[in-house]
Design a protein around this ligand. Structure first.
Ligand code: RIB
Length: 284
């Protein structure tokens, strides 16, 4: 409004909106913005630095009151650019924000990776591979760190680690890479920890196409608990991220910061929890 110079508009920069995880988080963001009388301008950058720069310019022209930034910043130049150009209250969602003056809202990916791997160990698995997300994305690398912690704690050596790109297609390819890499007569791992549900769906499809039964031959656990995870065959055991709550909390935190810019930046962590369905077999 003219009086306060506020536009009641919030900008949101996301890495990818093709993944239902992000759609479910955005739904929470949007619900809170709407309730509090703010408009949301959504900019999908495909994790591309040029697009991110161009959207920041658009948001400058639109005169937003605050900015939400969600995940998928594999380019280290992104945070540098944000530090130079972000002139608004800032909240970062779903990734760490090294050296940024911003609130950070996320789950604990290291703990989630640990709990996923522990669940496989508790069910008697001893040969556990990991199909992880990109090593340069902080939630993915931290989930992998949790996988290593759980195995080390039990004195069990790490298995194959294959990197995917968080898409179903990359999960499909990663599972095939793993199977193609087995020597003659070598057994595949008995269980796979997969860094997100979309990749887990691609993995299940690849394994079933090659004749493996899930979970009788190979167990699979995912991460995110997107809605589709209940509808795979078999239904996917996974780590549930509180997606709508993450989105709501991020929007709420940003609006508080807009209304009270002097607040100290905080890191707020929500808890992720195991959801047991039918893709993990007990071998004990
Ligand atoms: O599915 C997308 C994944 O990448 C999620 O697990 C999210 O936390 C992200 O970083």
């Amino acid at each position: 409004s003219l009086k306060t110079n506020k536009t009641y508009t919030i900008g949101m920069l996301t890495g990818s909106n093709a993944n239902p995880f992000f759609a479910e988080v955005i739904h929470g963001v949007e619900a809170t913005c709407y309730e509090r009388g703010y408009h949301l301008v959504l900019c999908n950058s495909d994790d591309n630095l040029d697009k991110q720069a161009s959207y920041l310019q658009t948001l400058e022209e639109k005169r937003i009151d605050g900015l939400l930034v969600m995940s998928a910043h594999s380019d280290p130049g992104f945070f540098e650019m944000l530090r130079d150009r972000c002139q608004w209250p800032l909240v970062i969602l779903d990734c760490q924000a090294p050296g940024m003056e911003a609130d950070v809202i996320m789950e604990d990916p290291e703990q989630g990776g640990y709990e996923a791997t522990r669940h496989l160990l508790n069910n008697g698995h001893r040969s556990i591979a990991c199909i992880s997300g990109p090593a340069d994305l902080s939630p993915s690398s931290q989930r992998l760190a949790g996988y290593h912690r759980a195995l080390e704690e039990s004195g069990i050596p790490a298995g194959w680690i294959i990197e995917g790109r968080l898409t179903a297609e990359s999960g499909f390819e990663a599972a095939n890479r793993l199977l193609n890499g087995l020597d003659d007569g070598q057994q595949p791992p008995s269980a796979l920890f997969v860094g997100n549900d979309l990749m887990a769906m691609g993995v299940i499809c690849a394994l079933q196409t090659r004749g493996y039964r899930i979970p009788d031959d190979i167990s699979v656990i995912g991460y995110d608990d997107i809605e589709l995870a209940s509808y795979t065959s078999p239904p996917l055991t996974t780590i549930h991220q509180p997606k709508a709550e993450l989105g709501r909390l991020a929007a709420d935190t940003l609006i508080k910061r807009i209304e009270n810019p002097g607040r100290k930046p905080e890191v707020k962590t929500l808890r992720s929890t195991l959801v047991e369905r039918q893709s993990v077999k007990t071998t004990m």
